[in-house]
Design a protein around this ligand. Structure first.
Ligand code: HEC
Ligand code: HEC
Ligand code: HEC
Ligand code: HEC
Ligand code: HEC
Length: 474
């Protein structure tokens, strides 16, 4: 045993191997201890390092030892052939006080290094896991996603919780793509905008369904949507509808959340951006399969497209990166009174100012505030003079809207990322009508229901003072 140790540590490669193995073993014990105490954090990284990277180094070290052994043997043989004594390391004599001290110091320092290394690694991983790292480390690249995320209902959910799963396969996937991302940012190769959908998103089962119970019965949801007209008074209009979100009740699934009931499976084949549905298939609890074909189902692209089982993000594709169109943002700002609705034509002028292209957020802020101020100076000089504050605030609020939704450096503009909830705009945001648009037929000519009442009851549509609200509120 002793001679073995002496032999392997005599060669630099073997020595390195032995050191690597010992260090990894110690590090492993320490990190494993940290994990056992329950300090592993929320993300997968500590586990990955403890159980993947360190063992890899451990094994690398073990592999180096025989290499060192072989090199040492060869050197001895060559030396013997030349008739020399084999080369030797200096003898460490522990009987000498100074040597003993040196060795003790060496050992103590090594332990200190190890401790530092462990804590450092741990902290480093914590940082990598954080939203700030994902959202802000490559500031320009992630700016659109980070900005929209911060305004969303999920602003407290970490990026890694939706984007990176636990386990080794996710580690490999995310680190491979992560390394590529670093390269592509360094050499400016990344796509602008970053394409959606994200094909290696964690499955909804591991993300959304950790917090939202999929079979939870939501029932009908009463919604009041407010829009403002582009007239002088910015007339406020209400749309009132009852959305049949549904879910599962008494063993029976109904309404909009029927699609994600585990009793049946809805699958589809779509083009790359999932806007064109080639073919839709439903398998019910009895195993009966129904298929609906769209107009392009039999095209070469249509038959080549893979099947995907529908889940939450096929409708809720923008749960956190929420981009809105100018109209929807202006309606929200007027309702919140971030924009003063008593300013004549502000809805129309806001829309106009937002549709101009600007090279940067700074330029947009300047252009938008000036356009709004100029409009009132020219057409309503009294207002421009007496209510300069309201005009200025409106200009800033409209500029905010621009900065939240348009990112010139990433080529993200209005409509780059569309939402699939509902059917906000029949030309760009088709949403549910990708399947429910009346174009998908079974062999017998039955289409996926397009009846307006399937999904909602509309109680009032764009009305100034709808009766239903008067009844409810009085
Ligand atoms: C609640 C879950 C959730 C969280 C939290 C989340 N994302 Fe996403 N993210 C998604 C979904 C879902 C998509 C895919 C949208 C699609 O397929 O159309 C996406 C898409 C993206 C994209 C592709 C571009 C796009 O907008 O479609 C990027 C980049 C991205 N996310 C980065 C981030 C960053 C950075 C964070 C943290 C600041 C984050 N995400 C937090 C769910 C999430
Ligand atoms: C870590 C927990 C968590 C995860 C993961 C999560 N959510 Fe949520 N979600 C919440 C919470 C909390 C709220 C309520 C926020 C509020 O009311 O402001 C919410 C709200 C929502 C809402 C209602 C939003 C609204 O405007 O009222 C929807 C829809 C939703 N989540 C869908 C999703 C989808 C889809 C995913 C997966 C991509 C997901 N969630 C992942 C915690 C989570
Ligand atoms: C077929 C499309 C579709 C699918 C699939 C879908 N949802 Fe929804 N979901 C909706 C619509 C539409 C609403 C109502 C949105 C609104 O109020 O504007 C909704 C509402 C919600 C809400 C808010 C409910 C409330 O209490 O008001 C949550 C949370 C939610 N969905 C989570 C999920 C989760 C989690 C999944 C996956 C298991 C899922 N949804 C799958 C379309 C869908
Ligand atoms: C496949 C389901 C589905 C069908 C079919 C459908 N809708 Fe909708 N509709 C929705 C959803 C989901 C919303 C989103 C509600 C929300 O979140 O505000 C919506 C919203 C609306 C709104 C409110 C828009 C707003 O901004 O206030 C109107 C109006 C509307 N639908 C009209 C119709 C009419 C008319 C039809 C029949 C031609 C129809 N819908 C068919 C699902 C559907
Ligand atoms: C991938 C295709 C697809 C998409 C996208 C889709 N649906 Fe459906 N939906 C179907 C199929 C298939 C059926 C079953 C056939 C039918 O009812 O006509 C269905 C049925 C329904 C039903 C009736 C469920 C019941 O109780 O039997 C509702 C309600 C519905 N969808 C709402 C929506 C809403 C709202 C959206 C958008 C947020 C949406 N769907 C998006 C494919 C889709």
């Amino acid at each position: 045993m002793r001679s073995f140790l002496i032999t392997i540590t005599r060669d630099p490669v073997g020595l390195a191997g032995a050191a690597l193995t010992t260090a990894s073993a110690l590090l492993f014990v320490i990190l494993y201890g940290i994990a056992l105490v329950g300090l592993e954090g929320r993300g997968p990284y500590l586990g990955i390092v403890t159980f993947l990277i360190i063992p890899a180094f451990f094994i690398l070290g073990l592999l180096l030892i025989p290499v060192g052994l072989w090199r040492e043997r060869r050197r001895e043989r060559l030396a013997r052939e030349r008739g020399e004594a084999p080369p030797r390391f200096p003898v460490i004599d522990l009987n000498r006080g100074t040597t003993r001290k040196a060795v003790l110091i060496f050992v103590a320092l090594s332990f200190a290094n190890l401790a530092i290394l462990s804590v450092g690694t741990y902290k480093g991983l914590e940082v990598m896991d954080s939203t700030a790292f994902c959202g802000a480390a490559c500031h320009t690249v992630m700016e659109p996603e980070y900005t929209t995320y911060q305004r969303s209902p999920h602003a407290r959910v970490k990026c890694v919780e939706c984007h990176i799963g636990a386990g080794a396969d996710w580690f490999v996937k995310s680190k491979l793509s992560g390394s590529w991302q670093v390269v592509s940012v360094a050499f400016d190769l990344y796509p602008r905008p970053i394409p959606a959908p994200v094909h290696n998103l964690r499955p909804a089962r591991e993300t959304c369904e950790e917090c939202h119970w999929p079979q939870k019965f939501v029932g009908d949801r009463f919604k009041v949507n407010t829009h403002f007209e582009e007239d002088e008074a910015n007339t406020e209009l209400k749309t009132v509808l009852v959305l049949k979100v549904g879910g599962r009740q008494a063993g029976l699934s109904q309404g909009i959340h029927w699609h994600v009931d585990p009793d049946h499976v809805v699958r589809y084949r779509a083009n790359e951006n999932r806007q064109t549905m080639f073919e839709v298939e439903m398998t019910d609890a009895q195993g009966t399969v129904t298929r609906w074909k769209g107009p392009e189902a039999d095209s070469p692209e249509g038959t080549a497209a893979p099947w995907r089982t529908m889940d939450c993000v096929d409708c809720h594709n923008r749960p956190t990166h929420v981009y809105r169109m100018p109209g929807a943002e202006l309606d929200a700002a007027l309702l919140d009174e971030r924009i003063d609705a008593s300013l004549p034509f502000i809805r129309r002028e806001g829309q106009k100012a937002l549709e101009v292209e600007y090279a940067s957020h700074e330029e947009a802020r300047e252009g938008i505030t000036r356009a709004i101020a100029d409009f009132y100076a020219a057409d309503y000089p009294d207002i421009a003079r007496d209510r300069a504050d309201a005009v200025g605030a409106a200009g800033q609020a409209i500029a905010d809207i621009y900065a939240w939704n348009v990112f010139p450096t990433m080529n993200v503009t209005w409509g780059t990322y569309v939402s699939h909830i509902g059917h906000p705009d029949m030309s760009t945001e088709v949403g549910c009508f990708r399947c429910h648009g009346g174009e998908h037929m079974t062999e017998d000519g039955e289409m996926i229901s397009m009846d307006c009442d399937t999904c909602h009851s509309i109680l009032a549509q764009q009305e100034e003072n709808p009766e239903i609200l008067q009844t409810l509120l009085d």
